[in-house]
Design a protein around this ligand. Structure first.
Ligand SMILES: Nc1nc(Cl)c2ncn([C@@H]3O[C@H](CO)[C@@H](O)[C@H]3O)c2n1
Length: 234
């Protein structure tokens, strides 16, 4: 038990998938996993443990933003012994080579957040994914015939930027897309010795202004889930 999770000590698998939306966690549990058990519903941040092709795996919502995923990923690693956390989410593309529904594997996550000030570093930590998980996800993409984009993303504290064009400065740095969680996940994993990876589906493009519809998001989301579920476990 923690302040935010009611699951018993051994109720999470070694690997946890984390969509932002707890209803996505419910969708994944109901549509992809067998022998599913609800292990958390505190604050309705639904968490489940089940099996995929006979392998134990968990899925739980992370909420939106770095403070939220920062709490849940910390507690999963520190108090439940989780070793691998794979964020599966949506993002806004800022690179012109990206199309709607493209899949991104984030090897790193830049940020405008103050999150890493807690580590009192006399510099800026490069928040990076686990290469083991990144390679496993890349191989899973190959098996499924998916060509992912591998690169840096921006984890922003803000969804509505006051200057609607400030993403263009990040575009100059080769950043592929904007989302709001990866940087904090990677910091927790880097600090606590766990493996983290973020897999994203492009749900909108700041370059073209295109957006997916709610139903299209669900369809395109499935491909990313299959990539995550078919990864070899680290
Ligand atoms: N800042 C931001 N901007 C754009 Cl264009 C996004 N597209 C998807 N997301 C993700 O979806 C949620 C916001 O809708 C967040 O969890 C975030 O990770 C985005 N977050």
């Amino acid at each position: 038990m923690t302040p935010h999770i009611r699951a018993k000590e051994n109720e999470f698998a070694k690997t946890v998938l984390m969509p932002g939306d707890p209803l996505r966690a419910k969708y994944i549990a109901e549509n992809f996993l067998d022998n599913v058990v609800l292990v958390n519903d505190v604050r309705n941040m639904l968490g489940y443990t089940g099996e995929y092709k006979g392998k134990k795996i968990s899925v739980m919502g992370s909420g939106m933003g770095m403070p939220s995923i920062g709490i849940y990923s910390y507690e999963l690693i520190k108090f439940y012994g989780v070793k691998n956390i794979v964020r599966v989410g949506s993002c806004g593309a800022i690179n012109e080579d990206l199309d709607l529904y493209d899949i991104i594997l984030a090897n790193g996550a830049s940020t405008n957040s103050n999150f890493q000030s807690t580590y009192k570093l006399n510099g800026i930590h490069s928040a990076t994914a686990s290469f083991e998980l990144l390679l496993s996800a890349y191989k899973s993409c190959e098996k499924l015939g998916v060509k992912p984009h591998v690169g840096n993303v921006l984890s922003s504290d803000i969804f509505y930027h006051d200057d609607p064009n400030d993403w263009k400065n990040w575009q100059k740095m080769g950043v592929l897309a904007i989302e709001m969680e990866a940087h904090a996940l990677y910091l927790n994993c880097n600090r606590l010795g766990a493996n983290g990876l973020t897999i994203l589906t492009v749900s909108d493009s700041l370059v073209t202004g295109e957006e997916t519809t709610a139903t299209e998001r669900e369809r395109s989301f499935n491909q990313m889930i299959e990539v995550a579920l078919n990864m070899d476990e680290a």
